[in-house]
Write a protein that binds this ligand. Sequence first.
Ligand code: DAH
Length: 344
Amino acid sequence: MQQLIDQINKYRQEIQSEPVSNAAELEQFRIKYLGSKGLVKTIMGEMKHIAPENRKDAGQLLNDFKLFVETHFEELKLTAGGPGLSQSGPAYDTGLPGLPLPLGGRHPISIVRNRMISIFQRLGFSVAEGPEIEDDWHNFTALNLPEDHPARDMQDTFYISKNPDWLLRTHSSSVQIREMEKRELPLRIICPGRVYRNETISARAHCFFHQVEGLYIAEDVSFADLKQTLYFFVKEMFGNDVNVRFRPSYFPFTEPSAEMDISCLICGGNGCSVCKRTGWVEILGCGMVHPQVLENCGIDSNRYTGFAFGMGIERITMLKYQVKDLRLFSENDLRFLKQFNQEV
Ligand code: DAH
């Protein structure tokens, strides 16, 4: 076996110092080493003389050697035909167009996020971002979810053992607080980003997903402004045929609160398994920002009012493209992802 290793190493050196500087020499190289009677073929043929217990190692050694020769040949092809080296014409046709490189495409979540951003930007919203590792104040307490509040149970998350006050944010609403604390009013922002929940992974739930949060704080902002903003969003996102309805709901950080449904795009509102036979699909939560939340951020709630909303990008993407399983978004399966390429 050692003998074979030494022999292969010798060949490697010999091959590396083989002078190849034009097309003719390149062809000679190919015949000598890679041709049907070339060195690689010959020594591969020697395998049968190798003791059975050494065959596995020898096979590996010879395969590596073959790869080495082939790679070296490919390199020579480039240099032997390169400008200045050639004596009897290049080894390849320099007039040919280059090989096409496959272009990447945007992830469907990015496509929909960008679309959402551009719709809200047209209404004067600007983009704000916040950290994914949050503290208790911004994720819960300032949003009117004090420590013992039962609504916290619905958003269990991952805590950071180094500091019990830190957690992976459960929603993008934490960015509202950060922005209200630091920015001048009026404030009109949307906050796209990744959020986390401690959930068992299934077709409808994952331990991370994406949300877009919206916030508008000024003097005299009303529920009518909220409805009109969201109507505009839905029509731009899904087209004019989609119907919208608001249902009263509860969130600790808004009062009054609502959930917004759109008519099911799969069955056109007739009832199917996606809309659980109701004809409607919930797409977001919203409401008028609770005065206590404004006060928590140092904003005078007698002077200012505002609305907020939050929605999952996955949910919107699933409805828009009729994707039935949430896990597809994070599996990186090119067969799935390539279907969205044309919308880069
Ligand atoms: N943060 C909520 C959630 O993740 C969604 C939400 C509801 C955001 C109402 C809001 C809102 O801004 O007003 O479930």
